[in-house]
Design a binder for this molecule. Structure first.
Ligand SMILES: C[S@@+](CC[C@H](N)C(=O)[O-])C[C@H]1O[C@@H](n2cnc3c(N)ncnc32)[C@H](O)[C@@H]1O
Length: 271
């Protein structure tokens, strides 16, 4: 097998093939991440030689799709990192609607994976709004399977560990297969779209959740993303990153102020 360093030096043919076959650009991902996922695909299909893998990739349409799917690490869960959701409930949301006679809330779950995050947002906003505040959740991911799964809104018990028993009763229906279906009124508030976060032009959000997505991208790409989020948020809008993510080493602090360090909650700076 070629040394790993050879894969990382020769990523262009893979980037080109995936683009040719799926129309999707993977060039923004971290090279080390691309390399790890290529090696994972090579192991999965029993190829040990990188040149042979490149030949397979160029002749086999399904391999380009499988490789692309392998870039979408979609581990997630409902109310992931409970302290973040408590801060939202007790501080962020009350502040957002304070002094607003006709409040409404627009949230974007960016990198929504299999849908646990946008459904958690919709549940939280339903509780908070008590039917008096209008809200809308926009959920995007590059992974089509994730979006299809999200739209169904059916989950295994293991994904619901952080859901309290009162929320379970109020917002889920258990089906005959012992799976949990999110109730329709919660699903109705979410609009799912398969789209790259850098390609959407949606704006005027109060809150953007971009959690556990930036870890797959190098710092130069984070900078473009922060500019995008700055444009997409309303004045004083909120940005939430994942627990292992931060703006250190980027231009993020030109656009955002760190409100709650432990929870990685940022606020758009007024310029
Ligand atoms: C680890 S999951 C995070 C899920 C959820 N945000 C959470 O924190 O639990 C990362 C998701 O980001 C998605 N993703 C990666 N790059 C993306 C991009 N450029 N635009 C939209 N989604 C992206 C992946 O497909 C994957 O579903």
């Amino acid at each position: 097998m070629m040394m790993d360093s050879t894969i990382i030096q020769k990523l262009d043919p893979v980037i080109d093939e995936v683009y040719k076959k799926t129309g999707i650009s993977i060039q923004n991902f971290k090279p080390t991440f691309l390399e790890r996922r290529i090696m994972y695909r090579m192991r999965s299909i029993g190829i040990s030689d990188y040149e042979e893998y490149l030949r397979t990739l160029s002749s086999d349409f399904d391999e380009a799709k499988s490789l692309y799917a392998a870039f979408s690490i979609n581990v997630t869960r409902f109310f992931r990192d409970p302290l973040v959701w408590e801060k939202l409930e007790n501080e962020i949301l009350p502040n957002l609607v304070k002094n607003n006679e006709n409040p409404s809330i627009r949230a974007w779950s960016c990198g929504s994976a299999s849908g646990e995050e946008p459904h958690s947002i919709s549940i939280l906003l339903d509780e908070f709004s008590k039917s008096k505040i209008k809200y809308h959740v926009y959920a995007t991911d590059i992974n089509n399977e994730g979006i299809i799964h999200s739209k169904k809104g059916i989950y295994e018990k293991t994904n619901l560990e952080n859901v309290s028993s009162s929320r379970m009763l109020k917002y889920f229906l258990k089906d005959e297969n012992q799976k949990f279906n999110v109730k329709q009124e919660i699903k109705n508030k979410i609009e799912f779209e398969k789209i790259d976060m850098l390609k959407t032009n949606r704006k005027l959000f109060d809150i953007i959740f971009c959690r556990n997505v930036l870890i797959y991208y190098p710092k130069e790409v984070h900078q473009k993303i922060y500019e995008k989020f700055f444009e997409a948020l309303k004045p004083n809008g909120i940005l939430i990153l994942g627990q292992d993510e931060s703006m250190r080493g980027t231009n993020g602090s030109n656009f955002f102020e760190l409100l709650f360090p432990k929870e990685r909650i940022y606020q758009k700076i007024s310029k």
